[in-house]
Design a protein around this ligand. Structure first.
Ligand code: NAP
Length: 274
């Protein structure tokens, strides 16, 4: 858990940083231990009103904090992080980068060779405290710092540690991009429900609640998703008719191809990110 003296700073107070800060406050972290910087003052006002230290000076946040979360877009991190190198080198601290595709060796080159760095791939449901994050640490990260990174990311959802950095490409393909796959399924089901005679509003409400209910049931059950599926599929029934159509259309292969394409693209972007 987070030692109550640790200070935590966020560079780039956008959507993800704000979700993390609000999640941490919700879990009981005192706002006075939290720092956030942004290149403009306006996005900081709401955080300041909650008691978070805010500034337009990234260096001030890096200097003040034991843990620094890099939450700017990947394309600006190459300017932002080297500018913090000197202050980061002044004393040991933990860096957590949520910038998609920026690899550890690049983060290390920009921030200094001895930095303890955790790379993290979150997803957008973090904005409603239902995120899923994959984390990978470099060799300089201690067991205690791993716990600290876990506590920070757990403020907005599930945390999974990885054994290899390249598994972050698979995490990107599965949970990073994953919400969009379910949104596509929702769009398609809503359209199909409307075509079958429901109003768009009723089709949407039923579809969203079904997606939520299926995920909640799968999360809370100790049965495999395949067993849950079997239990709602009577031979010759309505669910069987639909599932047979999915299988005949190559649904599983299509999903496998889609995730492979996303993972390959994540690897390409990571290689080009420097
Ligand atoms: N959202 C996701 O689902 C998701 C998933 C995985 C990873 N990530 C990663 O999380 C990071 C943040 O994503 P986000 O969705 O929170 O993006 P975001 O809302 O755009 O937040 C980044 C913020 O950084 C600010 N900024 C830009 N340059 C800056 C500078 N020099 N100093 C300080 N602040 C600066 C931006 O300001 P302006 O608005 O003025 O440009 C923006 O408000 C990204 O690296 C992204 O790859 C996001």
């Amino acid at each position: 858990m987070l030692n109550s003296n640790l200070t935590i700073g966020f560079i780039g107070a956008g959507n993800m940083a704000t979700a993390l800060i609000e999640g941490l406050i919700r879990t009981g972290v005192a706002p006075s231990r939290l720092y956030a910087s942004h290149r403009r003052n306006e996005p900081l006002l709401s955080l300041a009103s909650q008691g978070v230290h805010t500034t337009t000076d990234n260096t001030a946040v890096a200097a003040a904090c034991d843990i620094v979360v890099l939450a700017v877009k990947p394309q600006v991190l190459g300017e932002v992080l080297p500018a913090l190198r000197e202050v980061l080198g002044a004393r040991p601290r933990l860096l957590i980068s949520i910038a998609a595709g920026v690899q550890l060796h690049t983060l290390q080159e920009w921030s200094g060779p001895a930095q303890a760095i955790v790379r993290c791939m979150p997803n957008t449901p973090a904005l409603v405290q239902a995120g899923a994050s994959g984390l990978y640490a470099n060799a300089a990260v201690s067991a205690e710092q791993k716990q600290q990174a876990t506590a920070i990311m757990a403020a907005v959802g599930l945390v999974c540690w990885l054994e290899q950095e390249r598994q972050l490409d698979a995490v990107t393909a599965l949970s990073g991009s994953g919400p969009a796959y379910f949104f596509l399924m929702m769009e398609a089901m809503e359209a199909a429900g409307t075509a079958l005679g429901l109003s768009a509003a009723v089709a949407r409400r039923l579809c969203l609640q079904t997606a939520f209910g299926a995920a909640k049931l799968a999360l809370e059950s100790n049965l495999e998703p395949s067993e849950l599926r079997h239990r709602v599929t009577s031979p010759g029934g309505t669910t069987a008719a639909a599932l047979q159509t999915f299988e005949q259309g190559g649904y599983r292969e299509l999903v496998a191809r889609a995730l492979s394409a996303a993972a390959a693209r994540a690897a390409e972007l990571a290689a080009a990110a420097k």
